[in-house]
Design a protein around this ligand. Structure first.
Ligand code: BES
Ligand code: ZN
Ligand code: ZN
Length: 471
């Protein structure tokens, strides 16, 4: 399903039209009879946000967004209206938006909502559904660069959703790496893939420990976008948890809870999607993505509770729960990131059920170390994109909870503050400004979440893209 967004300078009597309006706007570009005008007025008076006129062969939809004083929330409502209107025009191949709204940004945001809404995961349906491509025309708008940007960003979110929605049966660590490489080829970033042998030679003990129980090879992918006109001297590094399936390992999960664990590579999927958006829009920033990947399953050879693992950075970890595997593979990737002398590292992971329990699917649980300013910026970006952050306390007290009797640290911190102790664990592997984003809540939803849809949401892609672009 593709969304194409274009400019257009005429509206004919046959065009389906959306008029993005407010109560004061005079609808002049379209001939309406007095009854129609009256109907619209009445509906506007009743504060109807979406007003539909069926004019024989065409639809006219007047979108009348409610007043919201908070600008970011106003924009988010426009995205949601884009989604609702998209539902109403299902089956149409083209639609023209009359930009009666003077603020073109409002039109772009509405269109963004429509484009994001145009998604369905049909790869595994035996009866192929016909792809519905939709072309959205914007009336009398001269800037086509912005339109292409929205289109590419929506494609990036779609890529992430496809990756996350793909079941484990069809997505092993090697597949994830291959798909990252393909995304790089089509958007312009370079991908280097380490195989098991290389990972062994690097002694990435965390990644190898989790992979021990698997019949499939792990991968470690490095995605790099380094344009000649890059404005930053030190790179921004994005790290994504790539557990292609999380059974819990020997600390096996119950079926309920395991059933959606194909989602556990959403951090990786988000990093790949963000890199795709950054490269295809040629953002002048040097950005590196790191994706450690494996599945986590039990077997005769699986790592076991009680094991001690020597990590890539030579520190030791006592594994007390094999289901706390994400932090094991992320830790190695975070230590590896040091070699780039990064300006800031942001990791994304479906790391803990505790994060999901804390704030649900409405936002991203965040923590930071040495990165207060960057976090402030990211928070701002979160409000603008409505991929919001909820920062957790990161007091020293929590460090006590992951001390081990026999190794440097242990991989679980007890029954309380699970999202924070997971973050604390990771903080042992960084020596640069760092932000940790736990997306276990919002990455995947079991009922429709507005324009984000059902299943994978792609939450985080627009956040990272805007942050890298504006930072
Ligand atoms: N992948 C899970 C976290 C998760 C939960 C992701 C729900 C998406 C939705 C993670 O690896 C995990 O199992 N975490 C454990 C940690 C515990 C053993 C300390 C958890 O949250 O229960
Ligand atoms: Zn787990
Ligand atoms: Zn996991």
């Amino acid at each position: 399903m593709k969304t194409i967004i274009k400019n257009k300078n005429t509206i004919t009597e046959k065009d389906h039209v959306i008029i993005l309006s407010d109560k004061k706007t005079k609808i002049s570009s379209i001939s309406l009879n007095s009854q129609e005008k009256k109907f619209i007025k009445e509906q506007q008076k009743e504060n109807k946000e979406i007003i539909i006129l069926n004019q024989y062969i065409r639809k006219i939809i007047v979108v009348n967004p409610k007043k919201i004083n908070n600008h970011n929330l106003y924009l988010e409502n426009l995205r949601c209206l884009g989604d609702k209107v998209f539902e109403k025009i299902k089956g149409l191949n083209t639609i023209t938006i009359n930009n009666a709204d003077k603020e073109i940004i409002n039109t772009y945001t509405f269109v963004e909502g429509m484009a994001l809404s145009n998604y369905k995961f049909t790869n595994h349906k035996s009866k192929k559904e016909k792809e519905q491509n939709v072309t959205i025309y914007i009336y009398k708008n001269d800037d086509s660069n912005n339109l292409l940007e929205i289109e590419r960003l929506a494609n990036a979110v779609k890529l992430t959703k496809d990756l996350v929605n793909t079941p484990f049966s069809h997505l092993k660590a090697t597949d994830l790496a291959r798909l990252a490489k393909e995304a790089g080829k089509s958007s312009g970033f370079k991908t280097t893939i380490f195989n098991k042998k290389k990972i062994q030679s690097l002694k990435m003990g965390g990644l190898l420990a989790v992979n021990q129980g698997s019949i499939d090879e792990p991968t470690f992918s490095i995605l790099e976008w380094k344009p000649k006109n890059a404005k930053n001297k030190k790179p921004i590094v994005l790290v994504g948890k790539g557990i292609v399936y999380d059974t819990g390992g020997l600390s096996l999960k119950p079926t309920k809870g395991m059933d959606i664990m194909k989602v556990d590579m959403a951090g990786a999927g988000t990093v790949i999607g963000a890199m795709y958006a950054i490269a295809s829009n040629k953002i002048p920033k040097h950005v590196i993505g790191l994706v450690p990947a494996t599945d986590n399953r039990p077997s005769g050879n699986a790592y076991a509770p009680g094991d001690v693992v020597t990590m890539f950075n030579k520190s030791t970890v006592e594994v007390l729960n094999t289901d706390a595997e994400g932090r094991m593979i992320l830790a190695d990737a975070l230590s590896y990131a040091e070699k780039y002398n990064p300006e800031i590292v942001i990791d994304l992971a479906t790391l803990t059920g505790a994060a999901a329990r804390a704030i649900g699917h409405f936002g991203i649980v965040s923590m930071q170390k040495n990165a207060k300013k960057y976090h402030e910026k990211l928070e701002e970006t979160g409000h603008r994109t409505h991929e919001r952050l909820a920062e957790m306390p990161f007091w020293d007290d929590y460090d006590e909870l992951i001390k081990s009797d026999i190794a440097d640290i242990k991989n679980i911190g007890g029954p309380f503050a699970g999202a924070i102790t997971a973050g604390k664990f990771l903080s042992n592997f960084i020596n640069y400004p760092w932000i940790h984003l736990d997306i276990a809540g919002p990455a995947y939803v079991t009922s429709k979440y507005g324009y984000r849809g059902k299943g994978a949401t792609g939450m985080g892609v627009r956040l990272l893209y805007e942050f890298v672009k504006k930072h």
